[in-house]
Design a protein around this ligand. Structure first.
Ligand SMILES: [Zn+2]
Length: 320
């Protein structure tokens, strides 16, 4: 079992959204991406809620499994493994009327004003993942189990349509609770146990051991540098940056909130957005502290792992 984590993309994009200097031209793009990532995560949470209801003696469930095959990094939202088969489930959270265009294999959203958005056909995405996972497992000599795939729409407000009469083309697409019907069909398609419980456990552990999260440089993604990022402590109440430091506390001039530990989020943001280390001087600048001594006291209090001496000493993230 691998529980659904908060996606790294979400954590990073949210931090960037907080800290991009006000009025920056990239703001609308970051905001739009953040909304998309949040919707996707919500879809995965719904899927996770449903798959949890499957009998756990039958299935191992993995969320957000990230694997690498010959330099290709691929990510599977949800993976089920039983003694009979492996199932990849791609979660989609897209509101509106969606038309599966079966001629060009694309997904078209019709908006209320009549305009259209075009998405990649999730059936093609899921099929590609199946192929990659098949090749990945074959590489390690694990090819005892058939692999199949399913596309899951999480939102009740999604209206699925198609321009095709070919029902077979949609056997691997479902919405919400229809998931359980589809899984029943898969179970009938793969009635034979191919492996014993021990081998199943070994495969599950193997996949976990191969989980390789992709390193993301969020500033690079948007063509930004550290200069596009605002320093200072963020108000936990109204999100205003910066709060003002005074006698061991930070004060918000907008909503008058006072906080002793709001600075921790600022350090986390620094590690996420700028770089995975910080010096005394950088911390002083980041938190708008009056003296190096104050910065030193804070660093001392945090018990961060470090390297080097005096001014050049680098502090690294630990569990803040
Ligand atoms: Zn405030």
């Amino acid at each position: 079992m691998r529980e659904l984590p908060v996606p790294q993309w979400l954590i990073l994009t949210e931090a960037l959204h907080y800290r991009l200097i006000p009025g920056h031209p990239k703001h609308p793009e970051v905001e739009k991406d953040l909304a998309k990532i949040k919707a996707g995560y919500k879809g995965e949470l719904t899927l996770s809620y449903y798959v949890k209801q499957l009998p756990n003696e039958k299935y191992y469930i993995f969320h957000d499994l990230q694997l690498e095959l010959n330099g290709i990094h691929f990510q599977i939202d949800t993976l089920l493994i039983s003694r009979n088969y492996i199932l990849i489930i791609e979660a989609k959270n897209i509101i509106g009327t969606l038309i599966f265009d079966n001629v060009f294999n694309q997904l078209i959203r019709i908006n209320q004003d009549g305009s259209e958005d075009v998405f990649e056909d999730p059936r093609v995405q899921a099929e590609t993942l199946r192929m990659l996972l098949g090749r990945f497992l074959a590489k390690y000599g694990i090819n005892f189990l058939p692999i199949d795939q399913l596309v899951f729409f999480s939102n009740i407000k999604t209206n699925l349509k198609t321009n095709s009469n070919d029902i077979n083309a949609f056997k691997k697409v479902c919405k919400r609770r229809d998931l359980f019907n589809k899984i029943e069909v898969f179970e009938k398609t793969f009635p034979q146990s191919k492996i014993d419980d021990n081998t199943l456990l070994k495969i599950a552990n193997f996949l976990l051991s191969k989980h390789t999260p992709k390193k993301i440089n969020i500033l690079e993604k948007y063509g930004l540098t550290a200069r596009d990022i605002i320093s200072g402590v963020r108000c936990p109440q109204c999100l205003n940056i910066p709060m003002k430091y005074d006698k061991g506390k930070w004060h918000c001039s907008i909503c008058q909130t006072t906080s002793k530990d709001a600075y921790i989020e600022a350090i986390k943001d620094h590690f996420l957005l700028i770089k995975p280390s910080i010096t005394n001087a950088e911390l002083r600048g980041l938190l708008h502290l009056p003296t190096n001594d104050t910065a030193q006291k804070i660093l001392f209090r945090l018990h961060l792992p470090y390297e080097g001496k005096n001014k050049a000493r680098l502090y690294f993230p630990s569990k803040l």
